[in-house]
Structures are given as structure tokens and as C-alpha cells.
Design a protein around this ligand. Structure first.
Ligand code: PLP
Length: 386
């Protein structure tokens, strides 16, 4: 159980990978335990605490402890992907349970909820979770088991008020889980605002180098529900490879400086493009004109994130052409890596997407900010034959 609260800041803990060294060798980088199975003692006991690597792997321990420290939770669990982590929370519910999830959220999870989760008997209701009153009205006392939030939410970067919704949930005995992938623990700590569970796609900012698929859950406190999630990981087998767990710990060592640089660049892009004649709208909670800017200042004291979206003047065709004319920005899905990515979001979400057709999603990396801005400006001009 990862409940030792460290005296050090998140920045120091990540930089040093918790400051742990290998007892046997003095190595300052921890080893990867590739083993799938572990010795049983002669008296038939398992004193090492390890039996089989689908249950747990020693390589996970420092990563899970670090994640728990960063989000100020009690315990953490690594999963084979962000989706596996999120799905484990819903699988821990029972058929018939009523679940509130946001209308604007990560597309693959939204599809999973409206497809599989409904078929398996969960009563999924999509609600405008940027509106606390709407969440309050949707809660059915005695029937609602879970509220799922994503903040800031893909790909409009609107916020949900975690503290206010946590109060509602507590009053009605409802669990609150928050997908905090895009905020990262650097910018926001939902467990300190009253959430029960935080989820991260560690594929994104936590690893930060677009070379590991991983997910994590962190709990505020142990509970039968948390133990059910743990047993779902073991039984369902959606485990992370130990090599990827160690690589994730390596990636996390630079988390703070990467996220801060991305925030700084995203702010420059948002404020500049907000006044650009070829951009009709910028979606970024750091803009003083954003509807939830005041909430963002409270809930994201470390910065407003590295993600923003722009709507391009001239519509879908101009947006796709803008992405085509960039030289530095890579046209790819995903986010949170050191390299900047640009994506015409509606194209990947396909039919029935609620995303505006002229929208480009930008994941700012850590390249030179001015070069990133110049590249977007020249691409916008080329796309509009300026
Ligand atoms: C990427 C992402 C996920 C899913 O994570 P995977 O690691 O790709 O499975 C969930 N939520 C958000 C906000 C994401 O960006």
C-alpha cells in the first residue's frame, strides 16, 4: 500500500524517481523485474509477497508509489493502457447501476460506455458536467453509483468543477472518478478536491515520449470498491509490461519541466491565435475570455495545460489544409509528448462526432515556442492562399 506521505515536493520526487536506489547494487536507476513467476519458500509460504506477475510485479511498486504521492492518494494501480484503467472502474460496478458521464469526453471511452457498458447493463447517462446544477439534477439518490468527469475535457478543454461535484456526490453516497490525463498531477489534484479515484492515461504526459501505452488509477483511500478494481486487474489481466513500467518511471522524471514548458507555449499560442484573422475561435482555459477561466485558476493552480484547440476560418477544408502545411507540427493523434502534434479531430472520431468540423486539436510539446507559432501562422496563411 503506497500510503507513505513524502516530505518532498512532486517535482523533487519525480526528478529522483522517488529517490530510490537498488539495495543490492547501489544502482541509482531501479532494475526491471522481467520475471513472470516467483519462488515459493520450502515451508510452502510466499514471504517475498510475489507469486505471479499478473497479480503484481515488483517493477510497479516505485511507479505506483510515485503516482500515489503526486496525486496525494493512498494507493495506485498501473494498467496496460489508459482505457484498461478506465474500464476497470466501470467493470467494478454492478449491472443496473446508474452512471453519470460527461457529454464532452475522450471519444474512445465515450464509445465504450455507450456500446459495451450499456450492453452489459450499466445505466449510462451523458450529462453536461460543466454545469453543476445539471449533474445535481441527474443524480438519482440510491440508484446513481458513479459520476465520471474529465477535466479539462477533450477536445474543447472545458472544465468541470470537481470540488462542487464532489460535495454533491458525498451528500448522495455516489463515487466520483476523474480522468485527469490532460491536467496531470502537476496542474490539478482531484483527490484533494474530494474525488475518490483519479485516472490517467500514462501514455500521455506522464510518460511524455510517445513510446509507452500505459494507464493508472489512484485512490483517495482503500475500500471494497478499490479492492474490486485490483481483482479486476488481476482477473482480467490488463497488466502493464514491467519494461514499460520502468520506461514510464524514466519518462516521469522530467514530468514537471515538460508540463510547465507545454503550458507556457500553449498560453503563447492561445493568446496570439485568439487575435489571428484566420482563426475563428480558440479553446483554452487560460484565456481570460474562456467561460471557465475563473474555475481554471482555482482548480489548475499550476497552469492551464498544454492542450488547446482552434477553429479555422473557412471551415473543414481550410482546417485540414492548415494541418497539411505545417512543417514542425506532426499530424498524428494522441497528446502529451515532447513533440507537438496537430490533429483534425473530427476525421478520427468519424460520423456522429460532436466536434466542430473546422477544429484542429493542438498538443504542444517542448520545442521552441516561437518556432511552433511561426509554423502554425505560415500554415494558416498557405491554407488560405494569403
Ligand atoms: C488517451 C486518453 C485516454 C485513453 O488512454 P490510452 O492510454 O490511449 O488507452 C483516456 N482519456 C484521455 C483524456 C486520453 O487522452
Amino acid at each position: 500500500m503506497a500510503n507513505s506521505k513524502s516530505p518532498w515536493s512532486g517535482q523533487t520526487l519525480t526528478a529522483q524517481g522517488l529517490g530510490l536506489t537498488d539495495d543490492k547494487t547501489g544502482a541509482v536507476v531501479l532494475p526491471t523485474y522481467a520475471a513472470t513467476t516467483y519462488l515459493r519458500d520450502a515451508d510452502n509460504q510466499y514471504r517475498s509477497g510475489h507469486v505471479y506477475s499478473r497479480d503484481d510485479n515488483p517493477t510497479y511498486k516505485p511507479v505506483e508509489r510515485l503516482l500515489a504521492e503526486l496525486d496525494q492518494g493512498q494507493d495506485a494501480l498501473l494498467f496496460g493502457s489508459g482505457m484498461a484503467a478506465a474500464v476497470a472502474v466501470f467493470q467494478a460496478l454492478k449491472p443496473g447501476d446508474h452512471v453519470i458521464a460527461p457529454k464532452v469526453m475522450y471519444w474512445s471511452l465515450r464509445n465504450w460506455l455507450l456500446g459495451f457498458a450499456k450492453e452489459w447493463g450499466l445505466d449510462i447517462e451523458l450529462v453536461d458536467c460543466t454545469n453543476v446544477e445539471a449533474v445535481e439534477a441527474a443524480i438519482r439518490p440510491g440508484e446513481t453509483r458513479l459520476v465520471w468527469l474529465e477535466t479539462p475535457a477533450n477536445p474543447m478543454w472545458t472544465l468541470s468543477d470537481v470540488a462542487a461535484i464532489a460535495t454533491l456526490c458525498k451528500r448522495n453516497d455516489v463515487l466520483l472518478a476523474v480522468d485527469s490525463t490532460c491536467a496531470t498531477p502537476v496542474l490539478s489534484k482531484p483527490l484533494t478536491l474530494g474525488a475518490d479515484i483519479v485516472m490517467h492515461s500514462a501514455t500521455k504526459y506522464l510518460n511524455g515520449h510517445s513510446d509507452v501505452i500505459a494507464g493508472a488509477l489512484i485512490c483517495a483511500g482503500d475500500s471494497p470498491f478499490w479492492q474490486r478494481i485490483r481483482s479486476i486487474r488481476r482477473g482480467g489481466g490488463a497488466v502493464l509490461s514491467p519494461q514499460d513500467a520502468n520506461q514510464l518511471l524514466r519518462g516521469m522524471r522530467t514530468l514537471y519541466i515538460r508540463v510547465r514548458q507545454s503550458c507556457e507555449t500553449a498560453m503563447l499560442l492561445a493568446t496570439t491565435l485568439n487575435n489571428h484573422p484566420l482563426v475563428s475561435k480558440v479553446h483554452y482555459p487560460g484565456l481570460t475570455s474562456a467561460a471557465d477561466h475563473e474555475l481554471a485558476k482555482q482548480q489548475m493552480p499550476g497552469g492551464f495545460g498544454g492542450m488547446l484547440s482552434i477553429q479555422v476560418a473557412g471551415g473543414e477544408h481550410s482546417a485540414i489544409k492548415t494541418a497539411a502545411h505545417t512543417r514542425l507540427w506532426k499530424r498524428a493523434t494522441s497528446l502529451g509528448g515532447v513533440e507537438s502534434l496537430i490533429e483534425h479531430r473530427a476525421s478520427i472520431e468519424g460520423e456522429n462526432t460532436p466536434v466542430p468540423l473546422d477544429l484542429l486539436r493542438l498538443s504542444t510539446g517542448i520545442e521552441d515556442a516561437q518556432e511552433l507559432l511561426n509554423d502554425l501562422q505560415q500554415a494558416l496563411e498557405k491554407a488560405h492562399d494569403v
